[in-house]
Design a protein. Structure first.
Length: 275
């Protein structure tokens, strides 16, 4: 019994000494590393912590992504803004594989869509309006820096004011009365129809007719650009100019064009550069 007590006392002293040495080295886990049971417990704790930390990390990342998605959807919904709403958005409005609609009375920056149409309602003020693979429809009394479309027509209402060009690659252009374009109006494959519009620079096209009506004014040239010999469209375009419309520059023809000039004086402005 005495021997057992002494052995117990010795073990306690030895353990106390080890604990003291452990705390002096500021290493609370040293004693556990000296015992098999401590090692097993540490291993179990580590195995439990890893999946817990992984779960927390995934959860936080999912919450972050969820916040981003909500932000995008909120902006999407704002494309259908109506006048008087308190949720107006005045920055860039853009979309991919989706149409864009800008509500009445908004003042925004750039408006663009890829693989989708663009619709701009009345009384909107914008910077650049553009579309790739989609038509552009603009209401009345809209102002913009420029309007461009790659594959799609551009249709603009009355009272339009542009500080720069209006252009398409494959698609026609129509602009209604009391409008003005500060730059050029141009197409590659598409017709141009202006009714009561003032164009500060040139009108140009390759494969499209041009119609000027209702007192339209072109301060630059009207230019039908040359086409390649292998061009699939051999049909002659038509240039129609009403009697009350004015062309201050020349009518430059680099390809055959059917002319319908109600003012015979305009014939003196025609320059044919083809054989």
């Amino acid at each position: 019994m005495i021997a057992h007590t002494e052995l117990k006392s010795e073990l306690k002293s030895e353990l106390k000494g080890e604990l003291t040495e452990s705390f002096v080295r500021n290493d609370a886990y040293t004693i556990n590393n000296k015992h098999t049971q401590g090692k097993t417990e540490n291993t179990m704790i580590t195995q439990i912590k890893r999946p817990v930390y992984t779960f927390i990390g995934i959860s936080l990342f999912s919450i972050f992504l969820s916040g981003c998605i909500v932000h995008v959807n909120a902006k999407d919904a704002d494309w259908d803004y109506e006048k008087g709403s308190e949720s107006s958005y005045s920055g860039d409005i853009s979309s991919t594989n989706k149409s864009v609609k800008v509500g009445e009375g908004r003042s925004v920056e750039n408006i663009s869509s890829v693989n989708g149409s663009v619709k701009v309602s009345d009384d909107v003020s914008a910077e650049d309006i553009s579309s790739v693979n989609g038509k552009v429809s603009i209401g009345d009394n809209v102002s913009a820096d420029s309007v461009e479309s790659v594959n799609g027509q551009v249709k603009i209402g009355s009272g339009f004011k542009s500080r720069g060009q209006v252009s398409t690659v494959n698609g026609g252009i129509r602009i209604d009365n009391d409008s003005s374009v500060g730059g050029a109006v141009s197409t590659v494959n598409g017709s141009i129809r202006l009714e009561g519009v003032i164009v500060s620079k040139d009108i140009s096209t390759k494969n499209g007719s041009v119609t000027l009506k209702d007192g339209s004014v072109v301060k630059g040239d009207i230019h039908f650009e040359p086409i390649s010999k292998n061009n699939y469209n051999k049909r002659r375009p038509t240039l129609y100019i009403s009697a009350d419309s004015v062309v201050e520059g020349n009518i430059i023809l680099d390809r055959p064009v059917d002319l319908e000039l109600e003012n015979p004086d305009l014939a003196d402005k025609v320059k044919r550069n083809y054989e």
